[in-house]
Ligand binder design. Structure first.
Ligand SMILES: CC(=O)[C@@H](O)[C@H](O)COP(=O)(O)O
Ligand SMILES: NCC(=O)COP(=O)(O)O
Length: 249
């Protein structure tokens, strides 16, 4: 109905803070699957601030669900992805100085390099997703690269400060979903989602998967890892069922 991808990046952030061996992202991934994660998402950043190459290689054969590897469109990352062979790769923009991924990949400006990356990954049997802003031009360009999936960046929605601004962002997302679905794209979403803001996004018919990390790791401090995942999954499924029952999105 709607998949939950649990992003384990910030389990690794905590480990890297002290260069200890714990908390272990491998254990986080396997226990996330037990708690109901439909896939495991992890972002191998160029600066290796959280997930390390060894984590990606170790986790890949152990997963019973699927791996969604997020990475930048660089020769180094594409070569790693072609060695790891995750089921999904999500191509994301990266800025070294950013705290987190600030916006979507500019597929319009970087069309040739994104298209070449999509073709290279697909030739290895990897499904490719493009992490983009909810924008019709970006969706058109994403479709033209031959990618079959997009992930809509929900950061602007998550950061909207007033009710009116939230509604504007939700409307942008709704229009983007319609546009993507008409183009035949599987449409995922994520970034900045948490227990208090996830329901309106999960309710949007057409969203196939939500990727959520930072808030689950944060909530796990209070509730425990598995409970935080189970509660997030219950929240998104209940929002979707409620929308289907009432016809309201
Ligand atoms: C691309 C994306 O949205 C995720 O990778 C998520 O933001 C977690 O990683 P960072 O916090 O390092 O951006
Ligand atoms: N692609 C978004 C993602 O994987 C999770 O983002 P966040 O929940 O850590 O902000």
């Amino acid at each position: 109905m709607i998949d939950l991808g649990v992003n384990i990046d910030h389990v690794a952030t905590l480990r890297q803070q002290r260069h200890t061996s714990y908390p272990d992202p491998i254990q986080a991934a396997l226990r996330a699957e037990e708690a109901g994660a439909d896939l495991i998402t992890l972002h191998l950043r160029e600066d290796r601030r959280h997930i390390q190459d060894a984590d990606v290689f170790a986790i890949r054969p152990l997963l019973r669900t699927r791996m969604n590897l997020e990475c930048a469109v660089t020769e180094e990352m594409l070569a790693i992805a072609c060695k790891v062979l995750p089921q999904d790769v999500c191509l994301v923009p990266e800025k070294r100085s950013e705290l987190t991924t600030e916006g979507g990949l500019d597929v319009v400006s970087g069309f040739q390099s994104v298209k070449a990356a999509v073709e290279r990954l697909q030739s290895e049997g990897i499904r490719v997703s493009l992490f983009i802003d909810p924008d019709a031009q970006q969706i058109k360009a994403a479709t033209d690269t031959g990618a079959s999936v997009i992930e809509l960046h929900t950061g602007a929605y998550a950061e909207a400060k007033t009710e009116a601004a939230v509604l504007v962002e939700l409307d942008r997302l709704k229009r983007a979903i319609q546009c993507a679905i008409s183009a035949g794209l599987r449409t995922n979403a994520g970034h900045g989602l948490h227990g208090q803001n996830v329901a309106p996004i999960a309710a949007l018919d057409g969203i196939a998967e939500l990727n959520i990390g930072h808030a689950i790791v944060a909530q796990a401090i209070f509730d425990g890892w598995e409970t935080a995942i189970r509660n997030m999954k219950a929240a998104i499924i209940s929002a979707r069922l409620n929308a289907q029952r009432t016809g309201k999105q």
